[in-house]
Structure formats: C-alpha cells, structure tokens
Design a binder for this molecule. Sequence first.
Ligand SMILES: *Cc1c(COP(=O)(O)O)cnc(C)c1O
Length: 392
Amino acid sequence: MSDFIPYGKQTITEKDINNINEVLKSEFLTQGPKVPEFEKAICKKVDANYGVASNSATSCLHLACLALGLRKGDYLWTSPITFAASANCSQYCGANVDFVDIDKETGLIDIDDLQNKLEIAKKEDKLPKVLIPVHLAGSSCDMEEIGFLSKKYGFKIIEDASHALGGKYKDFPVGSCKFSSITVFSFHPVKIITTGEGGIATTNDKELAQKMVDLRSHGIIKQDERFLFESEGDWYYEQQMLGFNYRLTDIAAALGISQISRLEKIVTERNALYINYKRLLSDLPVKLLKIPNNVYSSIHLAVIKINSDNKEMHKYIFKKLRENQIGVQLHYYPVHLHPYYRNLGFKKGDFPKSEIYKDKAMSLPLFPGLRYQQQEKVVDILTNSIRDFDEI
Ligand SMILES: *Cc1c(COP(=O)(O)O)cnc(C)c1O
C-alpha cells in the first residue's frame, strides 16, 4: 500500500454497494425509477422544485445554457478560476465567452469588477445573456448582490455549485435558486457526493426544467398531449428539437440516493477537517481561502495561499509535497490561459488577480475519512518545505 494522500476522494459504504447491487438485479439499468427518486432526494435537500439529473455537471451546464436560450452572438461570463467546463458550455452553444476577475481573499467572482464590467458592456451593447458564478471550494458567491445586478442588467444566472452541495448562502441551501435561474452540481468522485459520473440541474422554473428534460434525451417527446402531429399509434413519439443522450443510469442514481442520505454528516466532517487545518497552519506563512460571512461552506477543497510573491517558492513547495506523497493540486489554472482560450484572443494580464492566485494557491488533502495524524503529516511536510526553501 502506498502512503499517497490524494487531495480528495470518494467514500463508498456497504450500503452504497448494496443499493447498486439491487439495481443490477432489477429490470432497469438506465433511467428507470431510481433517477426520479434521486432527483427528488436532491430537491428535498437543497429546497428546489425541480431537479434534472444527467451524466455529468458538464452536460447539465450545457442543458442549462440551451434552456436559457444561449446561442451564437450571445455572451456568457464566468470566473477564470474554475474548471474549464464552466466556460466550455458557452462554446457548445456557439456563444462568446468572457471572464470576471476574482476577489483575492475568497477566490470568488469580484462583485465590484462584475459591476464595472457590466457598466462598460452596457455602453458597448455587449451585455452577457448568462453569468455563471462559481462557488469555488464550496463557498457560495454573494448571490443576493449578483441577483440584484442580474435584474439591473438583464442577464440570467446559472450557479456552478459543483463544489457546494450541502453549503448555504445566508439561510438558503445552495441549489434553492433563490437568486438564480438554475444551479448545477457535480457527482464526480472527488466532489461532495458521487454517482461515478453525474450531475444535476435544479430550478424552480417548470418550463426550464421541462426543456432540460427534453434535451437530455434527444429532444424526443413521448406524451400524447405534447405531440405536434397526430399520434399514428401506441408506438408513436416525436423528436421535436435536437437533443442529446445525457441520461444518468439507474445504477448511478442508486449510488447517489445512498450517498445523499449522508450529506450532512459528510459536510460536517469536511468542516471539522478544515478547522483542524486552520489550527495546524496558524504559525505558517500561508492562509486558507477566506470563507465569506453569511456562507456555510461545504469545504470541497482546503485551498491555501502562500504569503509570498515568489513563484519559485510555490513551485518548490508543490514539488516537495508531491515528492512526499502528498497529492496537492492547483484549483485552478486560470481558464483564459489555456491554449484553447488563448486562441480566442485571451492573454496573460487579462485577469491579474486570477493570475496572481495561481502562483500562490494549492489544495491540501481533505476528504471524509482523512485522519488527524495525516493532516499533521501534511502540515509537517509543508512546514519543512517552507523552511528548506527559505534556506536556499
Ligand atoms: C467538476 C466540475 C465541473 C464538471 O463536473 P463533471 O461532473 O465532471 O462534468 C464543472 N465545474 C466545476 C467548478 C467543477 O469543479
């Protein structure tokens, strides 16, 4: 057994395995009764009216953009400090993408920058149709402020809450869409709960939910009352628009149902691990990402930032931790600096706070089941590598 400690990983219980086994012995493997049961369970947890599960959060982001009518000529804005999927969904719809820089303490979209950029865009007649705020590391963005701006400037909001299942903004569970049209969660194995691959879009808007349901399965309609032409027999169905196969399997949904029952326990444990880190790191020249007031974070990631402008120090510490079997990771390399996005015209210097962030940030291991001694080991190795760098 290697002693490698990853930055995140899934936990699978006997109950999870039993739930999956039951589906394997049942009649339905893909999208049977377990998918709607899972959708209902998520809606109940996050206090939303509708949930549309799919085979990934990436698919859900695509469905959400299409449901909101994003298309060629439109703009979608998001944060540069996110997984590429938050921006890629614009490209699937043939739309333009742009970014809003982050607040350097929280890593979340900077509300002042957003406001300024909107004011400029308004003058240039280039206001976005969709904004995707990203709840980095599990902390909700300031949704009330963003909601206010969305009304003032007339854009729609899709929350990328891939990290934030079980988190809260003020008294509202993330996913309740109090200030947004749609919220998207991921069930990739490193996320808060998993279905292997999978995602869900929650909304309180019946029409948006229906559009996403239709597009999830080829744009095929099977209910008589929705047919555009007369039914030609019991076998009849209609493809009314161009959709996809983004369905979740019943096998995956069964795992999700079992996992979601432990949500509070998982998020409580993640918060306890975070508090341990906070204490263990208190004497080091590093700082955990700030969690905004009024936010209960799901603590998807324990992101620290090095108190130094020396890029070499960041690189050195990263390398030393990895050499010592600590699976630190950078969340994230700014999306606009990936070659694909540079090809669209983005360049170094476009979003300076995000670019500084990348030279300071790293995610320490944090997942349910991580032991206190392992956290101490991570911090010991971090302490030594900082000291070793200072002596070079
Ligand atoms: C993981 C992640 C996604 C994509 O999730 P998938 O389920 O893997 O498609 C999108 N956005 C963010 C911020 C993520 O962390």
